[in-house]
Design a protein around this ligand. Sequence first.
Ligand code: GLV
Ligand code: MN
Ligand code: MN
Length: 442
Amino acid sequence: MAALLQTAPDTVAAAARRVMARCDELARVSATAGGIERVYLSPEHARVNRLAAQWMREIGMTTRLDAAGNQVGRLERSTASGAPDLDAPALVLGSHLDTVPDAGRYDGIVGVLMGLEVVRMLRVPGPDGTGWRSPLPFALEVVAFSDEEGTRFGKALLGSSAVAGTWDPDWWDLTDADGVTLREAFAEFGLDPGRVGEAARRPEELAGYLEAHIEQGPELDERGESLAVVSSIASARRFQLVVEGEARHAGGTPYDRRRDALLGASEAALAIERVCRAEHHVIGTVGQLEAYPGAVNIVPGEARLSLDLRGEFDDARDDVWTSIERELDVITGRRGLRWHAREVHSAPAVFCAPLLQDVVREGIVSTLGRGVDDPATIFSRAGHDAMAIGSVTDVGMLFLRNPDGISHHPDEAVSAGDVAYGTRALAESVLQLAADRAVSAG
Ligand code: GLV
Ligand code: MN
Ligand code: MN
């Protein structure tokens, strides 16, 4: 595969160093001291948006904050005369700047910053010093999505859903841990809930979407490889489960008179593990478990637990949920408890477009050169903004090796060397796509 990118190795290495330094800089913007936490519509969200906008302007992009708090930068396509073509469709390079609690510094962030470096590598000067242009058959945009993780409101992919035009008005009443509704948080951030529809993009405005991301799993590390093509992104459902029993005196209540909601919930968590383990490529996690009223001398009368369920295919994931429902009926029936669930997030599996898988593969092969003619193709178990964007345009993803597969943890890592390979491969992928578009247009 012939490389199309005419950029010196030193330039790519400098780009990778800038990405790593900016990941460190963004990591300092946190709601918690000594850790990283940035949630949707928070003061930290506003601060990282300002930094991203500054970096976008530095490389000649025009910037705007969209109606859902996503930070967008755009580099216009050049017409034959060098004037900007304001109506050209855009290839979007993106990922997210929000984080989980006690996060690592690369999940999402590295993809946004690599997108900026790709724009820096590919841009050409406009005529007579009138800024910078995209020399490709499309404009280039970088989007720093505002909420991929769903940390604050439980519902993931809020920012990218707004861009995809799939915002659900029921979400306005979601609340955060302090009881603030999503509608109130919009207003506090300076956004108008009534205008969220303006963030939506039309398919004809877009030439596709490419996202670079750390793998968040061990496969590349185990294979000793730097980069992978993503084939599809797992389908996901999230539930808030409530188990109800009866709160009673911890000393005075014999075991046979107890209806202990926490024990029911604990047994449910173990049953969830058993059911998911029995199904290939479905994985379930209980990440939150709380007992109420939560006193040392009271048998818990209520327990609340979260369930995050993911699968390569929607039907297998849904069959597992049906089995979990049956297990919950049995466990709560045996213990004299009741249970109910509220589904807070649902996203179908999304398949990366064959053409975008091809260009990412070509980007990797031409970057890594000899010996890597068949790079790894991986199904993503983690969720990504590409899932939401897949409903409005074709999506493709590039994975970077994530040592030990550790993510959603402060030890999350990626090497500068792999960021350099990844940035070059992403730029190559964009050029391969541009070459393909030029051929189909001609
Ligand atoms: C996002 O990182 C998710 O997959 O939960
Ligand atoms: Mn994440
Ligand atoms: Mn992510």
